[in-house]
Design a protein around this ligand. Structure first.
Ligand code: HEM
Length: 419
């Protein structure tokens, strides 16, 4: 197989919609990592195999700390200062800093605390589903991204953290911009979003200091006042939790809805199969349509020999492509097919459950919110599809636009109607 040296353009709509053939070609080269030219003129090493992805994510020689001056900031602009401040979070740090920062949040995400959110998630879902039903009755169509997949995780993470409901639309717009590649946006849009986010969190923290509640921000503000985190770390933590908590879950819900609407047999099986089958739909969506296409960037802190003649030089940028690892044919049979049943026990001893997917990452940065994300999917999807029987897509699925970029992956719209 010839090496893949095509330019990788994450802002290209065609690539955003279906990046899998590109990754399959990289995987088929059989090397642990491939050096790829990006459309912005830089180079990166992409790790696309399942086994290699786990190895790299558990290898402390790959650092999460971005190099100073990363991301083409403008020297000393307000946007650069805001961006640098909000970037000081646990996902951008290595041990021992990382362990110290992560420790402050783990109490909020224990199984007991997360499971206690179930009834609230049910209430929030039912309210949104009633609104979708209203839209369908009034206008004939509704967009499941705007009316369901986006607002639900925002409301849930807002509840956990203590973010007022009225602020969610602004937050969505800003995080969308900072999560998209600069080439996909109008000039200045991303810069403005960084500044707005910084101002918003500064104000929110001041509010929590004045009027503390039972939420996670209030606890973190208390910890800061007792010398746990400094003000900059607190600001960055607020940004990370909000961003990580809803951009990802929004794409899980949007992709799962789209997959079920395009696989009516699987939807019928879920309706008949009960909670275990719905949980399998969530697992298979995470594998098949990984909401984080790649992890955050890693940097080789030293030269790393990955074997097979692949040597990554010190300082090189490395991206572990979760969407590709989750479709590695060496790990998953029929990797491109959507088959929730692979995550069910056969019950007769004949079949084995599929391997765990890597959608929540691996190693020290393994997702803090995986239990919450799974719970949201397992609660919300059956309630949506049970309340709105007969729901169907109101657009050709092959023409739906996808989020650009290598970080977040999911359809930007899922228009539906009831016949
Ligand atoms: C379907 C939904 C989600 C997916 C697919 C997902 C995926 C991931 C992945 C792949 C990572 C590791 C990134 C890396 O190694 O570079 C991660 C980290 C993280 N996730 Fe999630 N996530 C989801 C939902 C959530 C939720 C609901 C929260 C709650 C606030 C959350 C909070 C975090 C945090 C704080 C980290 C950083 C952990 C660390 O650096 O130690 N995530 N997530």
């Amino acid at each position: 197989m010839r090496p893949v040296h095509d330019l990788l353009n994450p802002a290209d709509p065609g690539f955003a919609r279906d990046p899998y053939p590109y990754y399959a070609r990289l995987r088929a080269e059989g090397r642990p990592a491939a050096r790829v030219a990006l459309a912005n003129g830089t180079h990166a090493w992409l790790v696309t195999g399942y086994r290699q992805a786990r190895e790299v994510l558990a290898d402390a020689r790959f650092s999460n700390v971005p190099p100073s001056g990363a991301g083409r900031p403008r020297p000393d602009s307000p946007a650069q200062r805001a961006r640098a401040c909000l970037a000081r979070h646990m996902l951008n740090s290595d041990a021992p800093d990382h362990s110290r920062l992560r420790r402050f949040t783990t109490a909020a995400f224990t199984p007991r605390r997360v499971d206690a959110l179930r009834s609230r998630i049910e209430e929030l879902t039912d309210k949104l589903v009633a609104e979708v039903a209203g839209e369908l009755a009034a206008g004939g169509t509704a967009d499941l991204v705007d009316s369901f997949a986006f607002p639900l995780p925002v409301l849930v993470i807002g509840e956990v953290l203590g973010v007022p409901e009225a602020d969610r639309a602004d937050l969505r717009a800003w995080t969308y911009r900072v999560g998209s590649p600069a080439d996909a946006l109008a000039a200045g849009e991303a810069d403005e979003a960084w500044v707005r986010l910084h101002a918003y969190f500064t104000e929110l923290i001041a509010r929590k200091r004045r009027e503390p509640g039972e939420d996670l921000f209030s606890t973190l503000v208390r910890d800061t006042d007792e010398g746990g985190l400094d003000d900059g770390e607190l600001l960055a933590m607020a940004f990370l939790l909000l961003f990580a908590g809803y951009e990802t879950t929004m794409n899980l819900l949007a992709s799962a809805s789209l997959l079920l609407l395009t696989h009516p047999g699987e939807l019928a099986a879920a309706h008949h199969g009960g909670p275990e089958r719905w949980a399998a739909v969530v697992e298979e969506t995470l594998r098949h349509a990984s909401p984080l296409e790649g992890t955050t960037w890693r940097r080789a802190a030293t030269e790393v020999d990955l074997g097979g003649g692949t040597v990554i030089p010190a300082g090189a940028s490395v991206l572990v492509v979760l969407a590709s690892a989750n479709r590695d044919p060496e790990r998953f049979a029929s990797p491109d097919a959507f088959l929730p049943g692979r995550y069910l026990d056969a019950g007769d001893g004949a079949g084995e459950r599929a391997a765990a997917h890597l959608a929540f990452g691996h190693g020290p940065h393994f997702c803090l919110g995986s239990r919450l994300a799974r719970l949201e999917g397992a609660v919300a999807l059956p309630r949506l599809f049970s309340a709105l029987r007969g729901l169907e897509l109101a657009a050709d699925p092959s023409g739906l636009p996808y989020r650009p970029g290598l970080l977040v992956r999911g359809p930007r719209r899922v228009p539906v109607r009831v016949p």
